[in-house]
Structure formats: C-alpha cells, structure tokens
Design a protein around this ligand. Structure first.
Ligand code: IMP
Length: 439
C-alpha cells in the first residue's frame, strides 16, 4: 500500500487526529506517525518528555538518502520537511536534550529552521530532577518503578506542587534564579546534599533562554490558529495508556496523562476538536520497567518475541518483557480512549509460531473480573483465560493487501477486531515504512 494514500484515507479534515499507544508503550507508533505526517501540517506532542522514544527511517534530501532518526522529545512529524513540530503545554522539557536532539536532526540533514515551536506554558525538567529520579528509585529499593531516569516524575511533581518552572519563567531572570534556588534547596532537604552546581545551572539557563527564544509561542494561540485555519494537525501520543498516571498500572506508570484526556489538557483544546483517535497496538504485548504483567512469557516463545521483534528500548536500551496479546488490557484501553480505528503492529513477529494465544479474561478465585483491576495485588494473582488460535507459519512481510495474508493470519486479525469492536485499519508486517497494509 502506498503510504501517502494510507495516510489520507483515515483522517477527518478540520479535526485534530490523534495517535495513541494502546498498551505499555513501544507499540511502534513511530511508523504510522511517519506515514500520517507525510500529509500533515502540524505534528504535536501533548504530554510526557524525553522518556518516549522512537526511531524513524526516512529518505531525505534531493538524493533521497536513507537516514535513521531518533526522536525522544521532538515531534517525529519533523521528518516531513513541510510539517511543523509543536511541543504543547503538557509536555515537560529538558532544554539541553531539546537542543541535543535538534542538533542531531540538523546534522543528519533535516532542516528544522522555522518549523519547530514550543509552548511557553510547558514545564522545565532540570538535571537535578534527573538526579532525584535516580535517588527516588534507589530509595524504593526492591519496589522501584524502573523509570527512564529522565527526571519526568520529579518534574511533574514540581508542577503539581506548584513550585515548577515553566518556559516563560526563563525570561524573568531574577524570578527564575530565586525559584530555581528554592527548588534545589527543597531537593537537598528531602534527599540530602548531592553534587549540583546551582549557580552554574542558573548561568547556563540564561544562555539557553536566548537560544530558545525563537522557538517559543503562546501554545494555546498556536494550536487554535492551526485548527481554525484548517491545517491538518496530528497529535503524537507519548508512552501509552497502561502507563497513564490515572488509568495505568499505578504506581508502575509514568507521571502524565497518556490517555485521550491528556490531549485536551496538554494542548488546551476541547474534545470536540478531535476527530480520529487511532490506537496503536502490538500483535503481542511488551513492557519495560517493573509491575505485574499477566500474559508475560518467560519461556522460549518470550525469547523468540524479544529476539525476532528486537525488543530493546530506544530510550534506555533495556530488554523489554514480552508476552501474548492481552485483550483484557486492550478492551480497557478502547473504553478509555475511544479509538476510532486501530493499527496492529509487528504481526510478522508471530510468523513462525505453531499456535498463537490471546488473553480474553482474567479470573479471580475462578470468577471472571468485569474489567482490568485497579489493585495490583489482584492483577498479580489473576488466572488468565486464553483463546488459542492456529498459527500461520509463513512469511507475511511482503504482503501488501489484507487478502494476501495467510488465512490463519487474517483469522487472527479478525478475531481481535471482533473482540474489541474496533476496526483494525492498518497492519504492520515489517519494519519499513512500506510494510504497512491499509485496509
Ligand atoms: P518514567 O516515565 O521515566 O517516569 O518511567 C515510568 C515508567 O514508564 C517506567 O516503567 C518506564 O519504563 C515506562 N516508560 C516511560 N516511557 C516509556 C515509553 O515510551 N515506552 C515504554 N515504557 C515507558
């Protein structure tokens, strides 16, 4: 399927389109974001920070040189040279990482001049937040979260406790310095003294402020102008539903709203501005970090998924835990995010398996739970009810249409679709941009 055609068919014009991770992250959102961004005017981030990560391979410049780009904080739609990138108010921004990522993109020949914008309401992540992220994890000992140590949780804590610093604070130097000193002092009181050059940081941020100035916009005006001018806006979700602060497997979550609600709060747009909500789900389940994972496989099939699926984190390089597709999780995810369609990714990773299982219910003391449970002790002890489907044992990576997939493979897709009651519109059958079936 030609990617651009795949992109245009899906989206409602005049409405914001949203792409969200439907499981525990790393579903492969980057590929569809890349495909859709080819037809977009703006690609926006609404939550999270540089804890997210995806790699996009694109052909750039007049010579169409194949180039690999890593995105963590910047919107990945920037790979389309006509698309603007917008970092919304709900994102937490580590300024040195912002520039490091931007410089890396520019160095690889991706010119981002004049098309990258940052909301003045976004909160800042400082190096001391990252130090504290590590200290908190040490303090938690055996029950640590397994964070990315990018300072995300501590920065959102500063925000929630109303002591955080936002982008606009950079331009009132005295206020910035005073608030900054207070924040660091607070961390020293809480965690004991750690090595940190407070005054050096204040001076460093004075220089950053000047370099950052051309990127800064009033985020609310920016996004509403884009919408009212009928510019095509894609919101690229970060992390995923099961890492949502409210609805994920708390406390093994990130510290932002990664669900559809975070799109409205993070960009300052009403729900009525949103058209398509596309959920990205892997054909199996993976998770990095700690916390219960009912369908986890620690046998050779889990290792197969890890190896064949190259399940290593882009941000931290950690091995991802792997398991069967969990439709209890997906049903819950569909309820909360209201997907209008789904992208099933990495279906080819299941190619050689004799049979494929999907979790269809959780049982507690033999009784089926009505929904994904809040209590992790219950979750850790559920008995998982599986449906076993026959494998297709064939290479699907060259299939370009749904009809070209083996019968058992189509049956797997149709089973998932029927169970969830949401149409699977895209199917990823290989790593390249072209290996995406659009139905
Ligand atoms: P934090 O976001 O660094 O605070 O990490 C909290 C939890 O979210 C940890 O389990 C991380 O591994 C997980 N996490 C954060 N971002 C991602 C992501 O983009 N993909 C997968 N897991 C993530």
């Amino acid at each position: 399927m030609v990617a651009a055609a795949a992109a245009s068919a899906a989206l409602e014009t005049g409405k914001v389109s949203v792409l969200l991770g439907a499981q525990w992250g790393d579903e492969g959102k980057g590929k569809l974001a890349d495909v859709l961004s080819m037809n977009m005017d703006v690609c926006a981030r609404c939550a999270g920070g540089n804890n997210a990560g995806h790699t996009i391979v694109a052909h750039i410049g007049p010579d169409k040189v194949k180039t690999k780009f890593d995105f963590h904080l910047l919107p990945s739609g920037l790979v389309n040279p006509r698309c603007a990138g917008f970092i919304g108010s709900g994102v937490v921004v580590h300024v040195p990482s912002f520039f490091a990522e931007l410089d890396a993109l520019q160095k690889k020949g991706l010119n981002c001049d004049g098309r990258l914008f940052l909301s003045d309401r976004a909160h800042l992540v400082f190096d001391f937040h990252q130090v504290v992220d590590g200290l908190k994890e040490v303090e938690l000992g055996g029950s640590s979260i397994g964070t990315t140590k990018k300072g995300i949780g501590p920065a959102y804590s500063s925000k929630a406790s109303r002591s955080g610093l936002r982008v606009h604070h950079l331009y009132d130097q005295e206020l910035f310095a005073n608030k900054f000193r207070k924040l660091v002092e607070g961390r020293f009181k809480r965690y004991g003294h750690f090595e940190y050059d407070t005054e050096g940081e204040i001076a460093r941020y004075k220089a950053f402020a000047e370099r950052l100035r051309p990127f800064i916009v009033d985020g609310v005006t920016f996004i509403h102008t884009a919408i009212s001018q009928k510019r095509r806006v894609l919101v690229e979700g970060a992390n995923a539903l099961m890492l949502d602060l409210d609805f994920g497997t708390y406390p093994y979550v990130t510290s932002s709203s990664t669900s559809i609600g975070g799109v409205c709060t993070g960009l300052g747009i009403p729900p009525t501005a949103i058209g398509s909500i596309i959920g990205v789900m892997k054909a199996y389940t993976t998770r990095v970090g700690a916390g219960p994972f009912p369908t986890e496989l620690t046998d050779e099939i889990g290792v197969h998924m890890q190896e064949v699926g190259a399940e290593y984190g882009v941000t931290t390089g950690r091995r991802r835990r792997c398991g069967w597709l969990d439709l209890v999780v997906m049903k819950y995810s569909c309820l909360i995010n209201g997907y209008t369609s789904l992208n099933l990714t990495k279906l080819d990773i299941l190619d050689n398996l004799k049979e494929v299982k999907v979790a269809v219910a959780y049982l507690q003391n033999g009784k089926e739970l009505p929904c994904f449970p809040a209590d992790l002790d219950i979750l850790a002890n559920v008995e998982v009810k599986y449906e076993t489907l026959p494998g297709w044992q064939g290479d699907i990576s060259t299939a370009q249409t749904f009809e070209e997939l083996p019968e058992n493979c189509r049956a797997y897709v149709e089973y998932v679709e029927k169970f969830l009651g949401v149409r699977i519109e895209w199917i990823g059958v290989g790593p390249s941009r072209e290996s995406m079936i659009k139905r």
